[in-house]
Ligand binder design. Structure first.
Ligand SMILES: Nc1ncnc2c1ncn2[C@@H]1O[C@H](COP(=O)(O)OP(=O)(O)OP(=O)(O)O)[C@@H](O)[C@H]1O
Ligand SMILES: [Mg+2]
Length: 502
């Protein structure tokens, strides 16, 4: 059999483009990945950065339903342009430090627009080249049963090359993707500037926000182990995008929570090297991190670009729900652990197995923190309940209107409320809270109880009344307290009566 006898059908192109990407937004990841590779390559070659243009500029025009993604990386030389832009597979990046390696990522846009255009030039003095992929024609050919051409025929049928002479406003060196006539897709997220920015803030290789205090520690740690290669990305000429992490967030139950410390992790590879490095942000573990915080889950990155979504590591936790209580990222550094074609997970291998094995104890540790935190919160709630009762009864005692027997009974009731509080404050699990708040509260209540219990009858506000009248009021007030369902309201009522009768 000769090579030429092997048929490669047109349908391959559908598999490599639209069929491969479930979420349309992933096409931004592919183009940003190419831009980041080209920018890193440019800096490795010592090419001067372009001070007049953002490194990556994304323009989304809802009116014309057009998207442009342009970078000032190496560009593609005119002589290599045609073959590089029509090649399917055979990436020149394979075996290098670049993020791409399959040679198909740029086809991601084919299923989402009427026309996909790539333009590039490597210097002002060099020719600028353009290739247009006619996606409408592509779709028709893919659907047609009569189209007999193979893959190569199809590509030549639907692409058109040109050298462009007029390039107003373009930087000297650039690569641009233009998607014309964006197809309406679900919620039209491709043209939604906010949705695109949110997506890229999670996925793209961009810096942390300067408002995020742990950013510096994480960057220093990552710099020691990886080359993060962050790039500047601006959407519709706004501020450069930053990662979504901030110091505080709102837990799922609406209560505010904050990150308290960062834990850096190095996972050894199978043969002495490093498989991955990463970090976890610890917090109050009050519950799941809401989706809107954009940071939930233990996430994975390769080449500082996210692989998969926030649920990729769920299996590492004793209960999958604890993944959503986690904030952290693992940067895979072992080049033998490869993202799969869709970049929604990694290819199975012993190296991936080794990485996952090392992460299991981390999943267990986080689950312990989550469970510990729920138990702690349950005890803290119980402490608060007893505290409320003790405080209300102490206030009644301090009012000094009860007769002797009722007073003694009330003193032992307060005692009985303080006892479980002291027990909770002595729990090992609550050590940090106990030192700062619980124990001082117990002490304070006990001292106050001792003080009011030691008061003499002469200190009562009723002391001035004749004995009989005084007993009558004491009896009346005891009845009010006994019959009322709300101690606070009963006390307020008696306070008002006292003002009248005294
Ligand atoms: N922004 C860019 N700047 C310079 N060259 C680019 C750019 N985008 C694509 N290219 C060139 O086109 C080639 C094909 O890109 P494509 O995204 O299809 O594949 P890849 O990046 O090599 O691998 P992958 O499929 O893993 O993304 C790249 O290898 C690169 O040579
Ligand atoms: Mg690519």
């Amino acid at each position: 059999m000769k090579d030429a006898d092997i048929v490669i059908g047109k349908d391959i192109l559908e598999l490599l483009s639209s069929a491969m990407y479930v979420d349309p937004l992933t096409i931004y990841r592919e183009y940003v990945q190419n831009a980041a590779d080209a920018l890193c390559d440019a800096s490795a070659q010592g090419l001067p950065p372009d001070p007049t243009a953002p490194q990556v500029r994304i323009v989304i025009d809802q009116g014309t339903r057009t998207i442009k993604i342009r970078d000032t990386g190496t560009g593609v030389p005119a002589r290599a342009f045609a073959s590089r832009m029509t090649a399917i597979g055979a990436s020149p990046k394979r075996g290098t430090d670049a993020r791409g390696f399959r040679g198909v990522g740029r086809l991601a846009g084919l299923g989402y627009c009427r026309e996909l255009i790539f333009r590039s030039r490597t210097a002002r003095t060099e020719p600028a080249m353009e290739i247009r992929w006619d996606c409408t024609k592509l779709k028709a050919a893919l659907r047609s049963a009569d189209y007999t051409g193979g893959l190569a025929r199809l590509v030549t049928d639907i692409v058109a090359f040109d050298e462009i002479r007029e390039l107003p406003g373009q930087p000297d060196r650039f690569f641009e993707v233009e998607m014309v006539g964006i197809v309406r897709h679900r919620n039209d997220s491709l043209l939604d500037e906010a949705a695109v920015s949110e997506y890229l803030s999670q996925v793209a290789p961009i810096p942390f926000s300067s408002d995020f205090s742990f950013g510096r520690t994480i960057d220093d740690f990552l710099d020691r182990h990886t080359a993060p290669g962050n790039v500047e990305i601006r959407v519709n000429d706004g501020d450069p995008l930053v990662r979504p992490h901030r110091n505080t967030f709102e837990a799922d139950d609406g209560t505010p929570d904050a990150f308290t410390d960062v834990e850096c992790i190095v996972i050894p590879g199978t043969d002495g090297g490093t498989a991955a490095v990463g970090w976890l942000l610890h917090h109050g573990y009050r519950g799941a991190i809401p989706n809107r915080a954009l940071v939930k889950g233990l996430r994975f990155r390769t080449g500082n670009i996210q692989v998969g979504g926030h649920g990729i590591a769920e299996d590492l936790f004793p209960e999958p729900r604890f993944n959503s209580w986690t904030v952290g990222e693992m940067h895979v550094t072992d080049r033998r652990i490869l993202p799969n074609g869709r970049r929604d997970h990694y290819e199975e291998s012993v190296h991936l197995g080794n990485l996952m094995n090392h992460l299991t104890p981390i999943g267990r540790d986080i689950a312990k923190r989550c469970r510990g935190s729920s138990v702690r919160r349950k005890w803290l709630r119980e402490f608060e309940l007893h505290e409320t009762v003790a405080r209300e009864k102490l206030d009644i005692l301090a009012q000094g209107t009860l007769g002797d027997t009722a007073r003694k009974a009330m003193v032992s009731e307060v005692d009985r409320a303080i006892a479980p509080m002291a027990k909770i404050a002595a729990m090992d699990d609550l050590a940090p809270e106990a030192r700062t708040t619980l124990k001082p509260k117990v002490r304070e209540l006990q001292e106050e109880l001792d003080r009011v219990a030691a008061r003499k009858p002469a200190e009562s506000p009723l002391a001035r009344l004749p004995a009989e009248k005084r007993r009558m009021y004491e009896h009346l007030f005891e009845l009010v307290y006994e019959c009322s369902t709300n101690r606070v309201a009963a006390k307020a009522l008696i306070d008002r009566i006292l003002l009248k009768v005294l």
